[in-house]
Design a protein around this ligand. Structure first.
Ligand SMILES: [Zn+2]
Length: 140
């Protein structure tokens, strides 16, 4: 699999982005972990990849202002997968194929199953409580 993260520079496309000098505990879409005390972050509007046309949504996300991290883009990030998550799959036309709530410990198996379906192009991982986009996954 390939993990798709969000660059802090993507915040520049939102003139209404907000700078937060410290916002501990928010999920960072750049390095896919929770923010720490004293880490400056951007909060901005973002349209996640792979949803197209009417399925292209916009929602709030956080990134670092300057991301110090690097992550492995070929395996699931554990820190943002310690709670149930929504896995929303998309076809090549960018339409929603399906969605389901997945429990911790089941992500690898469920994602592998989704990508066994050739009509699925990508999967978005989202929060259950807020519906916010976390990251996207495609086949390697
Ligand atoms: Zn980061």
């Amino acid at each position: 699999m390939r993990i798709h993260t969000v660059s802090p520079t993507d915040s520049f496309s939102d003139p209404g982005r907000e700078y937060r000098a410290s916002e501990p505990g928010v999920p960072l879409r750049c390095c896919l972990r929770k923010s720490l005390e004293g880490e400056p972050v951007w909060l901005f509007r973002y349209s996640p990849p792979f949803g197209k046309g009417p399925y292209a949504e916009v929602g709030p996300i956080f990134t670092h202002v300057e991301c110090p991290g690097s992550i492995l883009l070929d395996r699931l990030p554990v820190e943002l997968l310690n709670n149930p998550r929504i896995l929303r799959s998309y076809n090549a036309a960018g339409q929603i194929h399906d969605g389901e709530v997945v429990e911790p410990g089941s992500f690898d198996r469920v994602i592998e199953g989704l990508f066994n379906d050739p009509s699925i192009e990508a999967v978005q991982v989202r929060s259950v409580s807020h519906g916010c986009f976390f990251f996207a996954i495609t086949r390697a």
